[in-house]
Each structure stands twice: as structure tokens, then as C-alpha cells.
Design a protein around this ligand. Structure first.
Ligand SMILES: [Zn+2]
Length: 311
């Protein structure tokens, strides 16, 4: 029998785990992330969930060929270490995931940045199939990005290549960012910045959004057609995303841009605007670079990591 691979998507809210065979998820589960606890303390729960999943699929440790883990941070895939702190899972940089996996199942770990994992899933099994030059962005709490160049994941000299699209400066006179810089993409349009950026606007009190416990993109899209302030936020956000994706397209010259992440539930209102902005402005020409939605909205991380674990 072919080996099966486990893909783990370590997110700040949920830890998604899938058992994957030939690109098909044959068993999966999600655990609540105890993201305020040290990474090390989350590992026993993950191990137990994997063992339970294998058992539920009538599989044993010997069927397992490898474990892949995606993480929302800069990752050294060769050394299999997390390089930069994430706001959650403290101590993740000092965890030896490979040793953990060897101790649990005697198989190696593949470790990769979460946006790269999503890109691999789309490239192998989704919207990016057949393409060799892809930019993937995820719109959610933050703005994630990853790049495939000539059929290879772009990693750069310090493992951050293509992954810092949320922290490219698009407004050098803008607000301070949580990364220490000013005017990053995420300070202009991202889930985490909505509340602090817009609640101080004088027009906020007149808006329907003032009746909501917090400003979310779900509510912004809901009210945009009838509420001037919600429409102002939406228009600003679409311009910011367009400008940043324009920059990524100019830097990496992809064939397609794949857009995923939670905010893309409203993708039908986002993609046409981004596509038009690119068609009107990029040097590659109108209609040359297609903007498409991601195929694997919920399971990209586990699929991509299972694939990388199989290499
Ligand atoms: Zn930043």
C-alpha cells in the first residue's frame, strides 16, 4: 500500500489535521488551538488527535510516510525550524518538530510557512494546476502571501521570500504596524486593523457599523451598499489590496494570482475589482494576469503539507 501522510495546519484559532492519501483527505479533524499556551504544551494533544485519526481510518504507524506542519511565520524548511515569533504559540521557535515526529511515529517532518502550504495545495490540486508562476495571497486576520517561480517555491536568502506581502509598505506615512514598521499592507486593510483604524474616524458614529460589537469585513460587505461609511472602508480596502497585489505582480511576474482566506467568502465582490485594477495598470498588459479564487478554502494547509511531506 502507498504511504499516507498527515498534514497539520497550525492556526491561531484551530489546529486542522488531515490524513492524506494521493492528494485525497481520507480522515480529518480540528482541535481548538490553545494558542496562549507554549507550543510545546499543544504537542501532546496534536499527537493524540493524529493517533485517533489513524485508528479511525484503520491505519497504523507503519502506514505513515511523514508529517507536514504549516505555521503562520517565517520558516526554515531545511533546518525545519520556525524563525520568527508569531503572536500565538509562544516558544514555537525553540521546538524541534522533527524530533517530536520521530519520537512519536519514527517519520520526519516537513515544516513550511502557511501561505506556501496553501500555494502548494492550489498548485498541485486546485486553481494553480498546470501553472509554473503563481502569486497566492490570503486575506483574513492578516495578509499572507507566497510565490512560485518556474515551478519552484520562492524562498529567498533568509527564508522569507514572497511571504511578507502583508508587511510591504504601501503608505510610508501610514500608521504604525504590529511589526514595527509604518504603513504596511496590513495597517491599511486587514482583519486585525479594522477596529482600531476606523472606530476613530469621525464618520463612524453615524454608521450602521457603530451598532456592531466590532467592525468586521463580514459586516462591512453586508452594509456597503446602503451605508456610506461601510462603503468608504470597503473602497479603501479594495484600493489597498489592489495596490499591494499590483506590486506583487510587478515584482514576481506571475501567470495567475490566487486569492484565498476568510475574507474571500465575499470574493465575488473583490476579485473583479482587483482584476480590473491589474488590467488597467500593470505593465504586463490587460488580460495577461488572471486573478482567481482559491479552490481549497478550508483544507489547503493540510493538503499542501501532506504533499510536501511526501517529497
Ligand atoms: Zn508590518
Amino acid at each position: 500500500m502507498n504511504k499516507i501522510y498527515v498534514g497539520i495546519d497550525l492556526g491561531g484559532t484551530n489546529i486542522k489535521i488531515g490524513v492524506v492519501s494521493n492528494g485525497q483527505i481520507i480522515a480529518q479533524t480540528a482541535l481548538p488551538a490553545h494558542a496562549e499556551l507554549p507550543m510545546q504544551k499543544n504537542l501532546p494533544g496534536i499527537r493524540d488527535a493524529i493517533n485517533a485519526l489513524l485508528k479511525s481510518a484503520n491505519l497504523s504507524h507503519t502506514d505513515l510516510g511523514g508529517v507536514g506542519i504549516s505555521f503562520p511565520s517565517v520558516v526554515d524548511n531545511q533546518a525545519k525550524r520556525i524563525l520568527t515569533k508569531y503572536v500565538k504559540f509562544p516558544g514555537a521557535e525553540s521546538v524541534d518538530f522533527n524530533q517530536w515526529s520521530m519520537d512519536c511515529w519514527n517519520v520526519p517532518v516537513a515544516l513550511e510557512n502557511d501561505a506556501r502550504a496553501a500555494l502548494v495545495a492550489e498548485w498541485q490540486y486546485g486553481s494553480g494546476k498546470g501553472y509554473k508562476n503563481i502569486v497566492l495571497v490570503t486575506l483574513g486576520t492578516g495578509f499572507g502571501s507566497a510565490v512560485l517561480i518556474d515551478g519552484q517555491l520562492f524562498r529567498g536568502a533568509h527564508h522569507a521570500g514572497g511571504n511578507l506581502g502583508g508587511h510591504t509598505i504601501i503608505n510610508f506615512k501610514g500608521q504604525p504596524c504590529n511589526c514595527g514598521a509604518r504603513g504596511c499592507m496590513e495597517t491599511e486593510a486587514s482583519g486585525w486593523v479594522l477596529d482600531e483604524k476606523w472606530k476613530i474616524d469621525p464618520e463612524f458614529r453615524e454608521s450602521k457599523l457603530a451598532d456592531e460589537p466590532q467592525i468586521s469585513f463580514v459586516k462591512v460587505f453586508e452594509w456597503a451598499a446602503q451605508d456610506a461609511f461601510a462603503n468608504k472602508i470597503l473602497s479603501h480596502s479594495l484600493h489597498a489590496w489592489s495596490a499591494n497585489i499590483f506590486n506583487l505582480v510587478h515584482h514576481f511576474d506571475p501567470q495567475i494570482v490566487i486569492m484565498g482566506g476568510g475574507i474571500m467568502k465575499s470574493g465575488d465582490k473583490i476579485i473583479p475589482q482587483i482584476q480590473k485594477f491589474l488590467d488597467d495598470n500593470i505593465w504586463q498588459g490587460s488580460g495577461v494576469v488572471k486573478v482567481v479564487p482559491a479552490t481549497h478554502t478550508d483544507f489547503a494547509g493540510m493538503l499542501g503539507m501532506a504533499y510536501l511531506a511526501s517529497l
